[in-house]
Ligand binder design. Structure first.
Ligand code: THU
Length: 132
């Protein structure tokens, strides 16, 4: 398996962030998820005048990938101005498809934090719990 090109993944997340639709929060988020076979799907947050309908960048990226037939992920990059962490709902969706995925959290200062879904969502609930 090849190394992950972290800078390229972050760059794609940044480009996705430029398409964020966030007229209410003004908090722009971009994400880029890397599939097991090297494809990248990007997402930005998409808000709505009916606030709860908005969707986070990470879930847009993952749902785009899944809807195109890709379910196995190696890494996801998330870019915000201040390096904000993925929300709880996004962590749960990451866990569904890629509990061992690496997560890169980048900010505008160029700082990158490397973590994992397992570290972001300890003691998680998943498909296995439904089977017992
Ligand atoms: N947001 C994301 O896109 N990802 C996260 O993990 C945290 C929050 C978005 C949702 C909303 O559009 C804005 O950031 C403020 O919460």
């Amino acid at each position: 398996m090849t190394d992950i090109d972290v800078e390229a993944l972050i760059e794609q997340a940044k480009q996705a962030r430029s398409r964020a639709y966030a007229p209410y929060s003004h908090y722009h988020v971009g994400a880029a998820v890397l599939t097991e076979d090297g494809r990248v799907f990007t997402g930005c947050n998409v808000e709505n005048a009916v606030y709860p309908l908005g969707l986070c960048a990470e879930r847009v990226a993952i749902f785009k990938a899944v809807s195109e037939g890709y379910r196995k992920f190696r890494a996801i990059a998330v870019v915000t101005r201040n390096g904000g962490s993925p929300c709880g709902s996004c962590r749960q969706v990451m866990h569904e498809f890629a509990p061992e995925m690496v997560v890169f959290i980048a900010d505008d200062a160029g700082d990158v934090r490397r973590t994992t879904v397992a570290d972001l969502l300890p003691d998680s609930f998943g498909a296995d719990d439904l089977a017992r």
